[in-house]
Design a binder for this molecule. Sequence first.
Ligand code: FAD
Length: 578
Amino acid sequence: AYDYIIVGAGTAGNVIAARLAESGHNDILVLEAGVSEEGVPASQVPLMAPTLTPSTLDLPSICYNAHASGSDTPYDWNYTVVPQTHLNGRTFPVARGRILGGSSSVNYMVHHYGSSEDYDRLARITGDPGWAWRNMRRYIDRHEKFVPPADGHDATGQYIPSLHSTRGVLPKSLPGFSHAIDSKVIATTQELSAEFPFNPDTGGGNVLGLGWAQSSIGGGTRSSSATTYLSSVINRRNVDVLVNAQVTKLVHTGTICGKPSFRGVQFASGPRAPTTNVFARKEVILSAGSFGTPQILQLSGIGDRTELTSKSITTIVNNPSVGKNMSDHALLPNNYLVRGESLDNLLRDPVAFGIALDQWQASKTGPLANGISNHLGFFRLPNNSSIFATTPDPASGPTASHWEMLVSNFWINPSLPRPDTGSYLSLTVALISPTSRGTIKLASKDPFQAPLIDPNFLATDFDRYTMRESVRAIKRFAAANAWSDYIVEPVGNLAAQTDEGIDAYVRSVSSTILHPVGTASMSPRNAAWGVVDPELRLKGVEGVRIVDASVWPFAPNAHTQAPVYLVAERAASIIRGY
Ligand code: FAD
């Protein structure tokens, strides 16, 4: 037996493993369904991230481990969403890392904490002031290690150093490769300063406005929870990490203080392999992510009784909140044909790509040392928007956002492959404060069958309204003088002007920016809803905690890895009692 068993060596799981192991007092087992990230060079080269998961950001086949556009990969769970009612019934991939580091080993490395109001709202919702920004920002100090950008440029004015830390474990940096459009973006923030003001640091709690992207990249290489937290403890005698170990359920080990106890875990290396049971003296910590965690709970008889019964699973704890309340940031790709330089030719041309890869190997610099966007920004609908007559503002607060824009100087469109010719600018939108909620349900009692994933995108008037108005806003951005000699024309139905035309365009191309949360939500200790209490203990059960993206009750104003890291850092403190 171990003191702690951690299910999932992902973003959060590795933080917990490292923090519990570093005291030296605990024996720890980490079970990961996927493979090691060692020997997967594409997980190190930042701009090769799209080759690790099913995506349509085609790269030349010269890429290490490159997979055909949109096809399954060995580092991903290769899930798809169920047909989306409000997106013309379309279905599309919804990536999740299946590798040491989890999604932090395959994601696009944007690293921003969200709005301070997200954390204050979490404190309000849960009744635990410890989740408020005043307390949570302390964990930034432990978590991040701000390092110079890969190209060594002077980053003065591109971030606010006092909001950041150079003492933590995860190297992060500003963009390490400059693009010709960078100066146009900044010029637009000056020209259209009322609508698109410059934000000197969107990564430190104040999100509104447009600023320089911060990424989990250090020295031109990806920083994941595996290369940082896990690698710092993996050689310790008190830590065992098993790969190819898929947890099939929690094991019911009896009753303690009137509650069912689940201090055991069952796992197997595949559908036909034998199962093994292991037991925890102290706790089992579920960190299998927003899809894996509710799936394991349901397989263990913890969930909505009606749903479990329909899959011939005996209910041990009837909790209808398990797998409900899922929210995700819908993604709307917007492409413009441009004249001049973009990365599209590099990404099409195996020779040019090979030269860039040589440069990365030799010096960890060049275009491949960089993430997908040098700038991003968070924006609100105007306060007098007609939608607020019928929908209360769902943002976390008055300085939190409704939508995000990412600026990239190449074709980004998960729904349409890159055209064979031409250079493109992508102004990608993410719906930051959605009011739609989706579900994770079992397809069957077979743990090796993918769950039914329904984000239920754009199911509400508010979400459709915000998407429509974001399209109008990015058109105003693109109409700035700063772009007049660069942008040629919008691609496809982005040109639509009427409400109906824009809505049809949005339905036809929107998908996911891959930030699902909320499927095992935190709630107040005695609330009739929710899956974990504010200290992340599984409700109605003894011996289990959940620490991963699934506990966020709503989607924060950020790409979700940094908010997950902060939650995991606090969770480790709670478990260790300091
Ligand atoms: P994960 O990191 O996914 O970890 C879960 C782990 O559990 C995985 O290793 C998984 O294999 C394992 N697991 C699951 N089920 C089982 C089981 N039954 N048995 C054993 N192990 C199991 N966020 C950002 O902030 N910036 C970005 O640029 C960004 N881009 C993204 C791009 C992609 C392609 C993806 C997939 C995500 C992206 N995200 C991004 C989202 C972000 O990475 C996630 O929100 C975050 O990493 C989730 O952390 P987690 O700990 O909840 O889950």
